[in-house]
Design a protein around this ligand. Sequence first.
Ligand SMILES: O=C(CO)[C@@H](O)[C@H](O)CF
Length: 530
Amino acid sequence: MSKCDESTYLGFDFSTQQLKAVELNSDLQILNNAAVQFDTDLPEFRTMSGVTIHKDGRTVTAPVLMWVKALDLLLDRLKIAGVDFSRVASLSGTAQQHGSVYWQKGVHQKLQSLQPNRFLHDQLRDAFSLADSPIWQDSSTTEQCQQLENAVGGPEKLAEITGSRAYERFTGSQIAKVYQTKKAVYNNTERISLISSFACSLFVGDYAPIDYADASGMNMMDLKTKEWSPQILQAVAPDVEAKLGTPVPSYTNIGPVSKFYVERFGFNPQCRVIAFTGDNPASLIGMRLKTGDIAVSLGTSDTLFLSLRQPKLILEGHILSSPIDKDGYMALLCFKNGSLTRERIRDSCVEGSWKLFNELLNSTPRGNFGNMGVYYDIQEIIPSVKGDYRVNKANVQLSKFNSKEIEVRALIEGQFLGKRAYAEDLGVSLGENTRIFATGGASNNSAILQVLADVFNSPVYTLEASNSAMLGSAYQAKYGLVRSDTSFAEMTQNLPPPVLACEPSRDANEIYAPMVERYRALIKNITNQK
Ligand SMILES: O=C(CO)[C@@H](O)[C@H](O)CF
């Protein structure tokens, strides 16, 4: 640690299942961290894996007050972990993307005058016109998606303007649904935040702006002008622009931390709050991706993303504004059925033991004797399919495999075959210099990483910590302060290089290249069956 600079930096990650934070020193080394698990630490909100799936099976929400109460808890846990808040020079954060928070009329003044002797959740109990926020697992807005695409002239046009065709979880359709089905709520709302800018607002004690990268996941911002598209605003709901505020670059220095934190936790009044962003953009920061590298995040959602110099028109997946270069971009593929699906198959095959899961995975050959499976607990994004589907080497559909080890390998190979198929559709071409960077909870599982390396026929690297989104938000906290005289590359040049976790087997491509084509045929067959 450089002797002279005792400053520290905080990064907060409001993810689907937990709220966590990390403290870094001025050399970006990890000093402390803490976490709050929503289901177990805040059982009064009765969530399952941090969310509430409604009776229709498509509406998925999370209680806003749960996130507020989690922050009260987390700050106390950070203090117990040894964080000296007076040393924090700046903080930033990240959150699950697309979710929206609806602030009640008249709350602005309360947000600016929070009392240090009371919990945040106690003071903000009545701050939200919608108690249960729609989140990224929601798929109930198909009708509103259709309306958005019709308003601009079709899916390609919407993708050209915003970086994505209409997606059910994207905020534009979600706001439109609130306006159409809960008009009183909409009319009683003075500000609409993303979960990232809502969290940032809690720290600045004011409505924080939405950043470019997370705004790219709303189907509302013009990716080129970085302004809300007037055509789309009109199609979403009346007067919505006044409720959104103006988007800002993701590294924007928003302002000082609010008095509430200075007086309640001893933060330095000079501590700056840097704009919060979405978890995938933050993960791109945390992984310090170079052009050509591919990131695979294995979390509640699985995502695949990469840096782009220029946007491109795609209909499966998303182009977002880069979180560290306002003229750069990132491509993102998101798969809803990630860790929870892996846990379901683990529980059904080996009663919850990852050790046994890995033994079964390692006991089966690459290619799984030609067996292949796709497993979608909830409506998947790409492909738009729900349910489990299995085929044998003759591509005959089976209701089940006759062994657990076949099932385990079919799950993991199927998840990665899908990622490779859609990445190649995106224009990714796997070559001898391709590096896969793995992050997220499952990136700690070497058996799973070996399958990733084999399916992509590329070496897999991991980083110091598996939570790259949280780390990335802490890097952004410092970058937002120093960027006027230090590039991001210079700021992070002394961080440990990525670690080679595993390399592809020699026969990987001859096994998996044909399986990618069989995967495409299986998906086509399933979607035709629907
Ligand atoms: O919907 C997603 C990205 O488009 C997910 O990765 C969420 O951000 C997970 F929180």
